[in-house]
Write a protein that binds this ligand. Structure first.
Ligand code: GFP
Length: 829
């Protein structure tokens, strides 16, 4: 919607858009219309995919009127918009979420039944858009859900990757990646808007010119691509609001194409097109190899430039006074991926809109805020100056000038302290000249936040210490959260019903109300019903996994679950060592099987394709699983399940069934975690380190309802400083020795000792994430878990208290904190 553009004058253009009637008959009619006119089939000829697409189209039709109204209202009220810039959105399936938001679930179910269709069959056809790697992308999806539910104007901006996160398969226990062609069967939830495309340029050079006596700079790029927006609706829960998620797809420009095409070189023309379109082809894996680096920078600039210009040129009125830009927008930088937006906004304001440097800088500093999601130094992005200068020469000049002025400020403040200046410079010198994107974001952003209390504190004290000293007021914390709509209402309908029965319906948008369950933890009847919900969720998981992978989950077992990206810092290896220890105990006869709590261990994890150690660990988990699951000595006691291709859809089934949530990263490494919150809110107890948001979970649920183990962050530091020798821990602990020796012996690799040797020697001689140092404490905590689980009634009580006390972790609360501390964007009612 471009309020500045000429409006059609025909009277019908002013007529309101009307939703189909909210009745079963109205739904049937609209559904059949879509089936006939959009899919081009009659009901009797239609297949399930036609029906799914028509169903999705029908839900969309219901939301459309509100969507159009909301965009118009936000323009009229000149409200301030949160533009969330994120390279990832891990959305999960859309159908159920949108039905729930629009209160259409029952109507749609009945309407389809009238057409002889079971809606459940169609649900299963939806391929989730996996446009993210893990927590970061899932967080973005939770946030946009909350903003819509809170009626806060928001546009989520990102990339419409043609291939999202790869589909994981296992071949002989090893991860094999398959492309994720999520668009293959059609994509009913988004709308392309080619007329709103932006031209995004790259390469070339800059030159100065005389503009009526003022020297100005312009960028003469080399090549460009079109960014075509695809809009998705983001409906709020039961409030009739619909925000927008705008994802950009790269398309070759005509000019680019035509020039080559006319020269008769058709092959070259196709190649050029492929080159341009590669930009939005695939989602980059988190720990990717350097080959793709240039393309990754292209992706980042592509979506950020398109988004900023879209907002300025399309969303704002044509004559908008850009000195007032901070009244209308805050660009939230989700990690460093969109930070190139800082020099881009400067360039637009100065080179395109004719502003002076100082004015542009003052505006830019109010329009951006930065969220950091990591503590691993290697995860803070840097771009080689050569590469950035080649791809975005004007931006590099701007970055240099920002840095020059910033370092001048540092000098004024702290004197000529060369070490400090070198440490704070946005341009790093070692091992090569590079732009430190986190520093650029920190200097430019109005606010910088971490994603859990401990993380924000470590950012201030360590990672960005000098900056926090210089700008103490910039730094703040916003603890992450998750949307209760998807992760309780949709994922755990039986629990949701039980809660609603106990507390009334308001908790879905006011999660602190879960506190009301505390009293009920004392009620034996409620505990029994709560326990029954868990058991039913285990049965449901059993059905899903049996259908999906042919494996069974025994509902009498404790379900001990670790699901998250595979990374050494998250320490899936510690979990493996626990399993091998238990197995070794029984198999060697040292421990009677009857004395071991029956447990099923469930893993879900993808490893970045270029991350060799992570892939070996996946192989090891599968190898341990295949030995354990086939050894009659441990039958009925231990079982390992590792369903391939863990994603949001599977998470929604696994998490509600879990008894024990594994959050076992090395203290000081996990920024927050959000899986930990999902488990607690679904009544699992956590075994965890004092890391990320675990700290806050433990404080809220209480020590009695949380199994804490491991070193604290300061203890980790002390051990490092002393010189950490993992082999000492190996020597000191018989159980650990037994487990590592068993792996080394080839027991899980058909006698081949070489297969897992790199994993074992990495632990013995390097062990950056101190798995061995925390082993003994972890095993002791697991023994406490067993003891606690033996009293099922007391366990259930703890589980209820976990739910009751975790309302703080709603993403609605996170959004309120961002609004109060950073954005200052009131709802538009
Ligand atoms: C990252 C961090 C997590 C954090 C999320 C969201 O995600 O600790 O909770 O971002 O802030 F590491 P993952 O790497 O875990 O996917």
């Amino acid at each position: 919607v471009n309020p500045g553009a000429a409006r059609p004058t025909h009277p019908l253009a002013l007529a309101p858009v009307v939703s189909p009637p909210s009745s079963v008959d109205g739904f049937v009619k609209q559904f059949l219309t879509n089936l006939n006119f959009d899919q081009g089939v009659s009901l009797s000829e239609s297949d399930a995919n036609d029906q799914y697409l028509a169903l999705a189209g029908t839900v969309r039709d219901y939301l459309m009127a509100r969507w159009l109204e909301d965009q118009a209202r936000q323009n009229e009220q000149q409200s301030k918009t949160v533009c969330y810039l994120s390279a990832e959105y891990l959305l999960g399936r859309q159908l159920d979420n949108n039905l729930l938001a629009a209160r259409l679930t029952d109507i749609a179910t009945d309407a389809l039944a009238q057409c002889g269709i079971d809606i459940n069959d169609l649900r299963e056809l939806e391929v989730e858009p996996g446009l993210g790697n893990g927590g970061l992308g899932r967080l973005a999806a939770c946030f946009i859900d909350s903003l819509a539910t809170m009626s806060v104007p928001n546009i989520g901006y990102g990339i419409r990757y043609e291939y999202g996160i790869f589909r994981q398969t296992f071949v002989d226990g090893e991860q094999v990646e398959q492309p994720d062609a999520w668009l293959r069967m059609g994509s009913p939830w988004d709308f392309p808007h080619p007329e709103a495309a932006q031209t995004i340029s790259f390469g070339g050079r800059t030159e100065t010119y005389d503009d009526n006596g003022t020297e100005r700079t312009r960028w003469i790029p080399d090549w460009s691509v079109l960014a075509v927006p695809y809009n998705m609706m983001v409906p709020g829960y039961h409030n009739g609001r619909v925000n927008t998620l705008r994802l950009w797809r790269a398309v070759a420009t005509n000019a680019f194409d035509l020039r080559i095409f006319n020269s008769g070189d058709y092959e070259e023309s196709v190649r050029a097109q492929t080159f341009a379109e590669n930009i939005s082809k695939v989602l980059y894996p988190e720990d990717s190899t350097p080959q793709g680096k240039e393309l990754r920078l292209q992706q980042q600039y592509f979506f950020v430039s398109a988004s900023i210009r879209d907002f300025i040129d399309t969303v704002l009125p044509a004559d908008y006074d850009l000195t007032k830009l901070p009244d209308r927008v805050i660009f939230q930088l989700n990690d460093t991926h969109p930070v190139i937006g800082v020099p881009e906004l400067m360039r637009v304001l100065i080179d395109e809109k004719g502003m002076e440097w100082d004015d542009a800088w003052a505006i830019t500093q109010q329009c951006f805020a930065y969220t950091c999601h990591t503590l691993l130094p290697e995860a803070l992005e840097v771009w080689p100056v050569d590469l950035l200068g080649r791809l975005l020469p004007r931006h590099l000049e701007i970055i240099y000038r920002i840095n020059e002025e910033f370092l001048e400020e540092v000098r004024e403040r702290f004197g000529d302290d060369m070490l400090r200046i070198r440490n704070m410079s946005i341009i790093g010198e070692h091992p090569y000249r590079s732009v430190r994107m986190a520093y650029l974001a920190t200097v430019a952003g109005a606010k910088v936040n971490g994603v859990a209390e401990l993380h924000s504190q470590l950012l201030r004290d360590k990672v960005l210490h000098d900056f926090a000293e210089m700008y103490p007021d910039k730094f703040t914390n916003v603890t992450n959260g998750i949307t209760p709509r998807r992760f309780i209402r949709l994922a755990n309908p039986s629990l949701a019903e039980l809660i609603t029965e106990a507390l009334g319906a308001g908790w879905t948008i006011d999660l602190e109300r879960l506190r009301g369950l505390e009293a009920l933890a004392e009620d034996p009847e409620f505990r029994e019903r709560f326990g029954a919900v868990k058991a039913a969720n285990k049965r449901r998981l059993n059905e899903v996994l049996f259908q999906r992978d042919g494996v069974h989950v025994d509902e009498t077992h404790m379900l001990d679950v670790m699901v998250k990206r595979l990374h050494e810092y998250k320490r899936q290896m510690l979990k493996v060592l626990h399993i091998v220890t238990l197995y070794d105990g029984i198999a060697s006869g040292r421990v009677a099987a009857a004395d071991v709590t029956p447990r099923t261990f469930i893993f879900g994890a993808k490893a970045a394709p270029g991350y060799a150690m992570a892939k070996r660990i996946i192989h090891l988990i599968n190898a341990v699983g295949s030995v354990v699951n086939n050894d009659p000595r441990v039958e009925g006691r231990l079982k390992v399940i590792f369903p391939p291709n863990y994603n949001v859809t599977l998470a929604e089934k696994v998490i509600p069934a879990a008894d024990l949530s594994e959050q076992i990263s090395l203290a000081g490494k996990e920024a927050s975690g959000t899986g930990n919150m999902k488990f607690a809110l679904n009544g699992a107890l956590t075994i965890g380190t004092d890391d990320g948001a675990n700290v806050e979970i433990r404080q809220l649920v209480g020590d009695d309802n949380f199994f804490l183990f491991g070193m604290t962050e300061p203890e980790v530091e002390v051990l490092w400083a002393q010189g950490y020798t993992p082999a000492d821990f190996y020597q000191a602990h018989a159980g650990l020795r037994g487990a590592l020796d068993l792996i080394s012996s080839g027991a899980f690799s058909e006698g081949d000792r070489s297969v897992f040797e790199p994993v074992v020697s990495n632990l013995l001689y390097d062990d950056r994430f101190m798995v061995l140092a925390d082993y003994a404490s972890y095993i002791a905590a697991q023994e406490r878990v067993d003891a606690a689980y033996a009293d099922q009634d007391a366990w259930t009580k703890s589980a209820i208290l976990n739910v009751a006390r975790s309302g703080f972790f709603s993403s609605d609360r996170s959004m309120r904190d961002y609004i109060d501390r950073i954005w200052h964007t009131p709802p538009v009612l």
